[in-house]
Write a protein that binds this ligand. Sequence first.
Ligand code: FPP
Length: 234
Amino acid sequence: MTKKLNHLGIIMDGNGRWATARGLARTEGHKAGAKTVSRILEACQKRDIHYVTLYAFSTENWKRPAGEVKVLMDLFNDYLDKDVAELQKKDIRIHFIGDRSRFSPEIQKKMKRIEEKTRGDETYHLILALSYSGRDELVRAMKQFGKDICFGKKQPEELTEESFSSYLDTAGLPDPDLIIRTSGEQRISNFLLWQMAYSEFYFTSVLWPDFSESDLDEAIDSFEKRERRYGQLL
Ligand code: FPP
């Protein structure tokens, strides 16, 4: 089976600890983390990784102190204003996954515009998981399928793994091959629960703001050395 890394998912963790260790406010860690995002995306494109999904804000993160949520919203807003224009120049198509109804109308409008503007750039894809959790995505998908049954658009027998996938926010996107989590935590934290059925995992103690190109290469090397059998005997 192929070992080409086509889709990389990243759980970017450790911003708060990075800042605290330096005597800074946690929000400074998020600002440093945003710089790492730009650096690592560039590195991924150089390595010809076609899909990158970043777990930037979980549904649970809404419960953080209002000040921290505000800084994160401002960072996303800035990112959508500035960095996305750069991504567009590099032919990167942007997708958003998650419950976007919880964002301000301004951010929602921007998301829609960015998705429309970058549609057609099909070689590289950046998938930003914002206000996302895997369980929430699954529940929203099931609700929609249920509604389609009620309105006679679908029969229960039509539910298959493939047809169900088309109800997810990630419809049309390949499943992640490798998922990296930074900061030493070894948990999934509600990321891409359905999609990670056959993903490989790589956990590193490096905190996200410090995550470098060579850390990325270490993760890719580890992935390439693994044998992926998808439950079969090869
Ligand atoms: C987890 O670290 C990180 C987040 C909750 C936010 C991730 C956001 C960024 C990397 C910056 C902005 C991103 C974009 C796409 C512009 P944590 O705060 O849980 O760290 P801790 O576990 O050390 O407290």
